[in-house]
Write a protein that binds this ligand. Sequence first.
Ligand SMILES: Cc1ncc(COP(=O)(O)O)c(C=O)c1O
Length: 401
Amino acid sequence: MKYDFTTILRREGKDAIAVDMPTNYEGNYGKVKREEGFDVIPMWVADMNFPVVDSIQKAIIERTNHPAFGYFTPRDEYFDLIIKWQKEHNGVDVRKENIGYENGVLGGVASACKVLMSQGDSVLLHSPTYVGFTGTLLNAGYKIVHSPLLKQDGTWKMDYEDMEKKIVDNKIHVAIICNPHNPSGRVWSKDELLKAMEIFEKHQVYVISDEIWADLLLNGNKHTPTQSVNEYAREHTIAVYAPSKTFNLAGLIGSYHIIYNKWLRERVLKEESLSHYNNMNVLSMYALIGAYGEEGKQWVSELREVLSGNINFACDFIKENLPGVNVIKPEGTYMLFIDCEEYCKKNEISMDDLILKGWKYGVYWQDGRPFHGEYNIRMNLALPLSRVEEAFKRLKEHVFD
Ligand SMILES: Cc1ncc(COP(=O)(O)O)c(C=O)c1O
């Protein structure tokens, strides 16, 4: 490997909620003290424990060498690199006018909702659901109608009948598609997206497609942009992308939308101009420029290999060593959504206690219940393999013991 995915990155004191964990926890789950000799293994919030590709720091540092940071308009290079990235990675032809800056993907989702819904309207989402959607939508006064994904043939599937019924029953005209899907890790196929789109077209449903995970594909899986599946999708979908998840830049903020339909685009741009908050930071522009070049491309290709290895290791380990714990192998993202129902019931342990037990031994995993997994725990595997191995060793010896 050309890039470093093995050194353990110490993030303590470096502005990272991932590792800001108290040794003594007291809160909603109960009380626990981390055992001595067990350091924190950050496996919850969705950022990575790898250093960024050099070209990102280089671009930012070069810019900071110039001592003026006044008002600016985004450089052509910014748009050109997004256009190139989208062509090379997603096979789509995007034009400059289709691209618009977003202060975070959730910010883009919120603006899109304002264009497409009135307060009190219902929006269709799959469940399990990324917890960020829940907060963003409920806070803004929308109702969420969930269509549960089905566990079928060893994978997660959309339930088209249920989706259609809920759209009709609740007079729904907006659906959010998370593609790839967090937390299940499904990478939706063209056929699956097409089937959903046929229902959306039939009932005049607009789509907000969150594609923040589009680059993080495992074991050779391929991403299909939601807008690319047919003409209806192209004209009725607001897609939101970002380099933040792919390149570990969440703290710099900086996402973008792709909207082909002129009316829709102009409505979104108008809506997000109203707050005066949706403005790019000059350093986040340089972060994207550093990320979306040739080096970034090679780095992502190695990252995918590393993440695939971690996910494969973890899924095999669970199968062989953790009876009562089940997992559907994700096709994308770096998240595992492990199902502990069998284990909890058999061992008469509550989810709260199980979560605390992990924390006691430094495995900082995340409660899956806010993602609508009654017995699920979400685990971030974007760490050097040695750390993932250590975490699963602790789980076997001390947690699922
Ligand atoms: C599906 C999805 N959308 C959006 C976000 C958050 O994006 P942002 O920080 O750009 O709002 C995340 C973060 O984990 C995510 O998983």
